[in-house]
Design a protein around this ligand. Sequence first.
Ligand code: ADP
Length: 503
Amino acid sequence: MNIPENLRVLFLASEADPIIKVGGLGDVAGSLPVALSKLSRKQVNPIANIPSMDEDQVDVRLVLPFHGAIRPSSGSLDLIASYDVPHRDGPILASIFQMKLDGMPVYLISGSPIPEDAPVYTGDNDIDGFKYYFFSLAALELPKVLGWQPHILHANDWHAAPAVYRLGLIRSKDPFYSKTASLQEIHNLPYLGNGAGKQLIEYCLPPAKDSILPWWAQDLPLPLGLLAADHIVTVSPTYAKEILTPEFGSGLQDFLHLRKDSITGILNGIDTKRWDPCIDRQLPATFDSLQLPKRQTNKAALQKEFSLEPDPRIPLLGAITRMEYQKGIDLTINALRMLKDLSWQAILLGTGTPELEEAAQHLQAEFPDRVRTIIRFDPALSRRIFGGSDVLLIPSRYEPCGLTQMIAMRYGCVPVGRATGGLYDTIKDESLGKEATGFLFGDAVPEALAETIRRAVRLFLDPYRWIELQQNGMSQDFSWIRSAYQYFELYLSILKKRGVYED
Ligand code: ADP
């Protein structure tokens, strides 16, 4: 079969910026489908072997739960459909509203499992499971109601995985879906949907007994999506390899090994219009890669704002992070303690686990002249830190992709990251010479991070070499268009494998 008209992609996610954002998934689900929908023949990478199609080649439609937090700006939404989702206690009504995001259709699913007063994630997966099973199953029903047959079902994380699992169960019997291929994307593997297991039966779906999944995962949403999907995507090539190991595999490594020929890593992009130091209104001084001395104004403003010594020669280290063990903020705290002999200042911005927040605050008490800890979520301040600090510390224990290193590089702030996942794929260590964009270290121990901060501080004292690092980072292409091409090619290859497409 050829794809005579547009490639149709049904894209499911629990959040998408700017409609609703809680974390990094929101960044991805708000940007990738829009970038895909904007791919046109003119833009298509001429080097890649992509068949020519009509101008708007990819018809992507995003489906989200109609979370309460979306409601205030929803005045003009159209109700386009209502239908039932099967449930053991009786069918539950789903109501579908339509809006547009940058010209792309977006469907919001509403119903009693998605209460207006509930947050996007409650942290209790029994409650969230009730919501996201409903969302997934209603989303899978929607194309039938629309008479719009998708070529690809693209599901993100455990919240949308039940749609992939159900598609796998019905595809052989349902002509509407017989040609639809599925892709399950993993943004953070440890979030398997633990605790949501009982919802499977409640929503009239069977567990995957006698499958290649380990017994404990046979009723969990993400493993079921990974089992049923035609293809699995992780958000960086290195993370795609790491999840095959016991250290990163969340107990699924042996199962994932069996599926390893169907796993691909594609790096996330960043929204290069939203993150642009040339026009960022939060910066006292905007700049491009040929105006790096202007960053000095931003650094001085940060030093003043936080009552730090206003000396441009002291390297200013930043951290913008969830304060969780995953992100290694404890490594940062302990490494800085080891560097008393060195001259530096640090601004740590983040929220998270109370004990880590406290530890970061404690560091400020220990180093009142040079550490500032700010416990809040503050996008404006994050921009001033990206645009004014010299180094961004990202010592993650694991990092499926990571956005902050890419944003930092775009803002001429040099990343110091651990060589894992997307950090390894995006940061080129200083030892690479002319190509380098930052610093990487191996072991997740404070000594290794401290040693690498030392390396960075040494290089900071060599302005020519430092500017080279900054300019290299600023010239990297982290745009979503690059990622969108890769997804587009992957979609076609999955369809080819299923025998529903040939070029
Ligand atoms: P995560 O694993 O948290 O999704 P990412 O690096 O992929 O990590 O993305 C985190 C995003 O959230 C980045 O855009 C980062 O700038 C932002 N961020 C994290 N903590 C804060 C904070 N305290 N204030 C403002 N922005 C933050």
